[in-house]
Write a protein that binds this ligand. Structure first.
Ligand code: S3P
Length: 449
């Protein structure tokens, strides 16, 4: 689990042009869902390309605690012998989801309509994050939640004895909330309806349909309306997990930070509900080509070729936020080297991620000599062009993998080195980040300065 043990600082310094191919790991969102839906299916689901990061491994252990058999057969190759919808057993111990908001919220949904009790906890970051956004709708199914003040972990969920289907209009643009409701709806009789005003990542809908659930999405005046018919018999699947666009964002943006770089990032999932960063980079003038467009495991995918070139600051359309919500930290770092202002609005959700990402980026960038404006739901970076970031600072990462990786990428292109206070959290989503970036030419060394 991240957040334990001695902090391990890491320093990134000005690096030569990045060259080569970056094989980034499997998609974190899809990996969590493959394990959970596999566990809710009778029979053997086989997964290739699973992300073996701490977050996902925690979900695998949790599925075992609920009675599924989860086995590793080789790198990224896993099988799940599931127990069927409504078949979860009561875990014998507390479920520790580590740093994983997706893990804990989806698992709470998956068990909330089964008459069992489970207690959840996580690391210091996860214990600060709000769970009311999922326990509110889960209460409508008949589940009860007993947590710390503010709806924080540790928290016990008592699953509904006689679950009823729910119609829920999500008050937040959150795929985790949507997915928790849909997973709970699996074991409620009748139709569960979830309405979201803004389209968030749709991996749960795609995968539920792939497992044979009856699920329909319609566009209505209220937004996207998803109707799931409860108590289906899910059919075991073979799942090829595409590579994670949110992890690809780091080598892609590093190539746009370090002058003279040219990098290939093969086989990246480009689901439109996830690909907003790449659209934004193209709007900023980035030289990115999308090669060999194809479908991987029911998700669109392509190889990304990126060449360094000057970028201009833009206004990122707020309606694009959900499709790039995890990419604002690295975009903020990159924007510091663009010409002019990059305006990011409608990003309030960043305040409740693994850290308060608006604050973490603002403080870190200021320490590196970048000027910016910040508000409750916006961040404006004043870019001064390539090679303009002073660096020479140690940045607090707050147990947040994306803050850690963003500042390491910025340090590869700043005048003085940038140190992150702890690299531990990177293992949650991208365990091989350091060797992979070093393979492209990044210059890192352990410790400060
Ligand atoms: C995720 C949804 C997003 C995202 C997270 C993964 C998912 O969170 O930030 O990294 O897999 O459903 P929210 O649902 O809180 O927006």
């Amino acid at each position: 689990m991240s957040g334990t043990g001695t902090p391990r600082p890491l320093t990134a310094r000005k690096s030569p042009p990045l060259k080569g191919a970056a094989a980034v790991p499997g998609d974190k969102s899809i990996s969590h869902r493959a394990l959970i839906l596999g566990a809710l299916t009778i029979g053997r689901t086989e997964v290739r390309g699973l992300l073996e990061g701490e977050d996902v491994l925690g979900t695998g252990r949790a599925m075992q605690a609920f009675g599924a058999q989860v086995e590793r057969h080789g790198p990224g190759e896993w099988s799940i012998e599931g127990v069927g919808v409504g078949g979860f057993a009561e875990p014998a111990d507390v479920i520790d989801c580590g740093n994983a908001g997706t893990g804990v919220r989806l698992i709470m949904g998956a068990m909330a309509t089964t008459p069992i009790t489970a207690t959840f906890t996580g690391d210091a970051s996860l214990r600060k994050r709000p769970m009311g956004r999922v326990t509110d709708p889960l209460a409508l199914f008949g589940a009860q939640a007993f947590g710390r003040s503010g709806g924080r972990l540790p928290m016990t969920i008592v699953g509904a004895e006689n679950p009823v289907p729910v119609r829920y209009v999500s008050p937040v643009p959150s795929a985790q909330v949507k997915s928790a409701v849909l997973l709970a709806g699996l074991n409620a009789p009748g139709q569960t309806v979830l309405i979201e005003a803004e389209a968030t990542r749709d991996h749960s809908e795609r995968m539920l349909a792939g497992f044979g659930a009856e699920i329909v999405t319609e566009v209505t005046d209220e937004g996207r309306m998803i109707t799931l018919t409860g108590q289906p018999e899910l059919k075991p699947q073979k799942i090829d997990v595409p590579r994670d666009p949110s992890s690809a964002a780091f080598p892609v943006c590093a190539a746009l930070l370090v002058e003279g770089s040219q990098v290939l990032v093969p086989n990246i999932g480009l689901n439109p509900t996830r690909a907003g960063l790449f659209t934004t980079l193209v709007d900023m003038g980035a030289d990115i080509t999308f090669e060999n467009a194809r479908s991987e495991g029911g998700e669109p995918a392509a190889d990304l070729r990126v060449r360094f070139g000057p970028l201009k600051g833009i206004d990122v359309p707020p309606e694009r936020a959900a499709s790039m919500i995890d990419e604002y930290p690295i975009l903020a770092a990159l924007a510091a080297t663009a010409e002019g202002n990059t305006v990011m609005r409608g990003i309030k959700e960043l305040r409740v991620k693994e850290s308060d990402r608006i604050d973490a980026m603002a403080r870190g960038l200021e320490a590196c000599g970048v000027s910016l404006e910040e508000g409750e739901d916006y961040l404006i970076i004043h870019g001064r062009g390539p090679g303009s970031v002073a660096g020479g600072a140690t940045v607090a990462t707050h147990l947040d993998h994306r803050i850690a990786m963003s500042f390491l990428c910025l340090g590869m292109a700043s005048l003085k080195p940038i140190t992150i206070d702890d690299l531990g959290a990177i293992a949650t989503s991208f365990p091989d980040f350091v060797p992979l970036m070093e393979g492209l030419g990044a210059v890192f060394h352990a410790g400060n300065g």
